[in-house]
Design a protein around this ligand. Structure first.
Ligand code: PMP
Length: 362
């Protein structure tokens, strides 16, 4: 008898789990979610629409009205839009469709860890391209990955967990010289004020990924979307599982788009303002230095071991993310931008830690 564990691909056996300890906290700033729940009136409307829908029937094979709403929202064409159960699923779709044994994928490092584990699961090879010492993208180094055989390039902008941002000139340069597929993960795009979407019309090799989990305030409902030229979207669509987005999430996503200007845009503006306030205040604390961020989180360099800072914050009910195991980030923590009240708690925690170490009063 063959032990089924032996049938698990060696590349999968070698992976670690993508997981987080199931910790609740008074101030939860570890997952870059929108800190404000959508109002009850919004939820009631979703529930009312769901009440009228058929629960015993499959959802539409192609959720046409959502695709059309997404196309209007993003400024692209409906036949170039796919939806997924979170953008994670669409990362998986793109990689399943393009990566097989030995296919090389270029990834800036550090970045969102899921890309590399999916590439490895599929038998592909990761060509890592370090960010520069200031943790900015390095377009020349990224292009050089082609010499190592890379044909797929994944760029997360703003980048998780660094907050680094790729500007239009750099992306144009990369698109102009990359002889393969370029995937831009815009999970945090709403906080950056700039998008790669306008480049889709002139870039047949560009795929843009977005999510409802951050700015849109719907992480619990798992909705992501992909934008690409229609012929490419159509090929990727073959890999997508049928009925991947359930009816409830489809209805909620449509309503979020309908109410974006009224409900969500003001929250995004508040989070951007809060990010700037938090960054300035952290920069003023001895021993802590935030990196520039265009996302809804800050990467903070610490003069003391990040694990210690993380534990001290946790003891006060503030759950940050210790990212010190990422390459180049041995001295870093990541904190999501939450409400101003949550920001005050983060600041008080960091100030107390710093004062305890430097002997300053706080
Ligand atoms: N891309 C990036 C860069 C992320 O940080 C995340 C969430 N942490 C995702 C994709 C996945 O988002 P979701 O599946 O919730 O849409």
């Amino acid at each position: 008898m063959t032990d089924p564990l032996e049938l698990i691909k060696p590349a999968v056996r070698a992976l670690g789990h993508y997981t987080l300890p199931p910790r609740q906290a008074r101030v939860k700033v570890d997952q870059n979610e929108n800190p404000w729940e959508l109002p009850d009136a919004f939820k009631d409307e979703v529930l009312a629409r769901m009440r009228r829908a058929a629960w015993g029937r499959y959802p539409e094979f192609v959720p046409r009205s959502l695709l059309e709403a997404l196309a209007r929202f993003a400024g692209w064409r409906p036949d170039g839009v796919l939806v997924g159960n979170g953008s994670n699923e669409l990362i998986s779709v793109v990689l399943q469709a393009t990566v097989g044994e030995g296919v090389a994928v270029a990834l800036p490092q550090p970045t969102f860890t899921l890309y590399a584990s999916m590439v490895k699961t599929l038998g592909g090879r990761v060509v890592t391209v370090p960010l520069d010492p200031e943790l900015r993208f390095d377009p020349a180094a990224l292009l050089a990955a082609q010499r190592e055989g890379a044909r797929v390039l994944i760029l997360c902008s703003p980048n998780n967990p660094t907050g680094s941002h790729l500007d239009e000139a750099a992306l144009r340069r990369l698109l102009g010289a990359w002889r393969g597929l370029v995937v831009v993960d815009e999970a945090y795009q709403e906080f950056a004020g700039w998008s790669a979407v306008p480049l889709l019309a002139e870039s047949p090799h560009l795929v843009v990924l977005r999510t409802f989990s951050k700015a849109m305030g719907l992480a619990g409902l798992r909705v992501g979307y992909l934008l690409a030229r229609p012929e490419l979207a159509s090929e990727l669509d073959k890999v997508r599982l049928p009925y991947n987005l359930n009816r409830f999430s489809t209805i909620a996503a449509e309503l979020a788009l309908e109410r974006y200007d009224e409900l969500l845009a003001p929250l995004v503006a508040r989070l951007i303002a809060e990010r700037e306030r938090l960054a300035a205040a952290i920069a003023a604390l001895p021993g802590f230095l935030p990196y520039p961020s265009r996302a809804n989180f800050l990467l903070v360099r610490s003069a003391w071991p990040p694990g210690e800072v993380h534990a001290a914050l946790a003891a006060r009910g503030v759950l940050a993310r210790d990212v010190s195991r990422y390459p180049m980030l041995a001295e870093c923590l990541r904190v999501s931008v939450g409400t101003p009240e949550e920001g005050d708690q983060v600041l008080e925690g960091l100030a107390a830690f710093s004062a305890g170490k430097t002997g300053g009063g706080a």
